[in-house]
Write a protein that binds this ligand. Structure first.
Ligand SMILES: C[S@@+](CC[C@H](N)C(=O)[O-])C[C@H]1O[C@@H](n2cnc3c(N)ncnc32)[C@H](O)[C@@H]1O
Length: 343
C-alpha cells in the first residue's frame, strides 16, 4: 500500500542520501523518527563520500550527523519525537563519548530537549580480550521531543512484562505491613497522629490486597530515618507534619529507562549492524499510535520498518546503499510471519 502525503509516500523504502531526500520534504509531517546512524569509523558500509561514518575526524562526523538530525527535527510534527541510537568508540585507548557529544550538541540547539536516554543493556555483548577494560555492554537510545506536547503512551511500553507479572503474582502475605502497627504504637506520635497513621496503614494494606498497588513502605517520625537524607521535600514535610508517610510501590507502572535485550544475530541477514526489533517495537509503542508515520533515515536492513508494519504504523525507510534497501524489502515481505518471534 502506498499513501501519498504531498512530498512523500508511506509504506515505502527509498534509496538515497537521507540529507538530500529529507531537505525536499515538508516540515512537521512525521510522527516518529527512530534510527541508528552509522557509528564513527566503525564499519565501511561501502557508501563512499556521501555515507555517514567514514569521516576523517570526530568533528566532521558530528557536523554531518547533526545536519541530518536537524532535518529530522524539522520534518517531525510538534507532537512527535526523534530517537537516535548511537554507540561509543575507543579512540587511543579511551572512550570518545561521541553519543553524548552528539546529544549535548543536539539539545544546545534549543530546538529539542531530551526526554530520556533509554539504555540498551546487551545480554550477549561482543567479548573482548582486553584485561584492563570491562566489556562494553550498553548503548543509549536518545529520545528527543520538540514540544512538551509530545505523544507518550507509557502504558503500552513493555506491557507484556506487566501482564507476565500479574499472571505470576502471589497472594499478599497475611503478615503484610503488620509490624508497622507495632512501630506506630511504640513511637512518640500523639494519640491523634497514631490514629491517623493506623488508618492510613490499614488502607495501604487493603490497596495491596485489592491489587491497586504492589506494596508500600512506611516511615514513622522518630523511628525511621527521614527521606532523602533529611533534605527538605514533600515526604519529610509529611513526616514532620503528620508523624508518618506511606510510599506506595506501583509495581507494573514503574517503567525504567533501561531495557535488556540481546544483540541480533540473524544468520540470514547480510547487514552488519542490525539493531534489535524488540527495542524498536517497544519504543514505537511508547511514542506513536496506530497509523502514525514512522521514519528511519538510515534504515539498513529495515528493522524499524518491520517494527512499524508489525504494529500497524506507516513506515518510510531511507538508505543510501541499494543492496540494503533490497534486503529490507525482502525482510518486509516476510515480516508478517516473524512478529511472534520477538515477544
Ligand atoms: C547502523 S546501520 C542501520 C542498521 C539498521 N538499524 C538495521 O537494523 O538494519 C546505518 C545505515 O546507514 C546507511 N547510511 C550511511 N550514510 C547514509 C546516508 N547519508 N543516507 C542514508 N543512509 C546512509 C548505511 O548504508 C547503513 O545501512
Amino acid at each position: 500500500m502506498q499513501v501519498t502525503n504531498k512530498s512523500f509516500c508511506t509504506d515505502t523504502l527509498i534509496i538515497g542520501d537521507s540529507l538530500k531526500i529529507l531537505s525536499n520534504w515538508q516540515s512537521e509531517s512525521i510522527d516518529l523518527v527512530i534510527t541508528s546512524p552509522p557509528y564513527f569509523q566503525q564499519r565501511d558500509y561501502g557508501n563512499g563520500e556521501q555515507g555517514i561514518g567514514n569521516e576523517k575526524s570526530e568533528a566532521e562526523y558530528l557536523y554531518n550527523l547533526l545536519t541530518i538530525f536537524e532535518e529530522c527535527v524539522r520534518v517531525t510534527k510538534p507532537t512527535g519525537t526523534i530517537v537516535f541510537n548511537l554507540g561509543d568508540k575507543y579512540i587511543e585507548g579511551g572512550l570518545s563519548l561521541l553519543p553524548y557529544k552528539f546529544a549535548i550538541r543536539a539539545i544546545e540547539s534549543k530546538k529539542v530537549f531530551l526526554v530520556n536516554q533509554v539504555i540498551w543493556s546487551k545480554s550477549n555483548p561482543t567479548p573482548r580480550q582486553d584485561k584492563r577494560k570491562l566489556i562494553q555492554a550498553t548503548e543509549p537510545f536518545f529520545i528527543f521531543a520538540k514540544t512538551k506536547n509530545y505523544y507518550f503512551n507509557i502504558d503500552n511500553y513493555l506491557k507484556h512484562l506487566d501482564n507476565f507479572k500479574k499472571a505470576n503474582k502471589n497472594k499478599p502475605s497475611e503478615k503484610l505491613g503488620k509490624h508497622y502497627f507495632e512501630l506506630i504504637e511504640k513511637s512518640d506520635l500523639s494519640d491523634a497522629e497514631k490514629e491517623n497513621a493506623n488508618k492510613a496503614l490499614q488502607e495501604a494494606i487493603l490497596a495491596v490486597h485489592r491489587g491497586e498497588i504492589d506494596g508500600f513502605r512506611m516511615k514513622i517520625r522518630g523511628i525511621h530515618k527521614e527521606a532523602y537524607g533529611g533534605m527538605d521535600g514533600g515526604r519529610n514535610q509529611q513526616i514532620r507534619r503528620n508523624g508518618f508517610t506511606i510510599i506506595k510501590i506501583l509495581g507494573n507502572r514503574l517503567k525504567k529507562d533501561i531495557i535488556e535485550c540481546p544483540v541480533e544475530i540473524t544468520k540470514d541477514n547480510a547487514h552488519p549492524a542490525v539493531y534489535p526489533l524488540y527495542i524498536v517495537q517497544e519504543l514505537i509503542k511508547l511514542l506513536s499510535k496506530e497509523n502514525d508515520v514512522v521514519l528511519d533515515p538510515f534504515c539498513g536492513s529495515g528493522t524499524t520498518c518491520i517494527a512499524a508494519k508489525n504494529l500497524n504504523r506507516r513506515y518510510i525507510g531511507i538508505d543510501i546503499n541499494p543492496e540494503y534497501v533490497s534486503l529490507a524489502q525482502k525482510r518486509l515481505q516476510e515480516a508478517d510471519f516473524c512478529q511472534e518471534l520477538f515477544i
